[in-house]
Design a protein around this ligand. Structure first.
Ligand SMILES: *[C@@H]1O[C@H](CO)[C@@H](O)[C@H](O)[C@H]1NC(C)=O
Length: 108
């Protein structure tokens, strides 16, 4: 019994460690790059900034599980009210100035 739960704990730990690794594989960043153009960003592609804004939309989707919100959040390079709504829902209003500055860098 003890061994069994120990193995389970190890499996869970492994999954937790491996999942982020899969997310950071190269094909993923390629996908990100094309998304940049797909959502009509016309500015400078800054991977770290793009990732941070994209992350807000992903977290928002985790919260609401609504594909429309996910889609809307990224639309027009994160400039719709969906994005603002997600920032509020995720309690990140304090950082909205920073996000808007970033959005301008990506979007123009
Ligand atoms: C991306 O933006 C960050 C924050 O403004 C900046 O520190 C970094 O140098 C930029 N990276 C590139 C490649 O422009």
């Amino acid at each position: 019994m003890y061994m069994c739960s120990r193995n389970l704990a190890i499996s869970v730990a492994l999954i937790l460690v491996l999942l982020p690794l899969f997310n950071s594989l190269p094909h993923h960043s390629l996908a990100k790059r094309s998304t940049f153009f797909e959502i009509e960003c016309k500015g400078v592609f800054n991977k770290s900034i793009f990732y941070r804004l994209d992350r807000i939309c992903e977290d928002c989707y985790q919260l609401f599980r609504e594909p429309e919100i996910h889609q809307g959040c990224k639309e027009k390079c994160f400039s719709t009210e969906f994005f603002t709504g997600c920032v509020e829902a995720l309690l990140l209003q304090e950082e909205i100035d920073k996000f808007e500055k970033w959005r301008e860098m990506l979007g123009k």
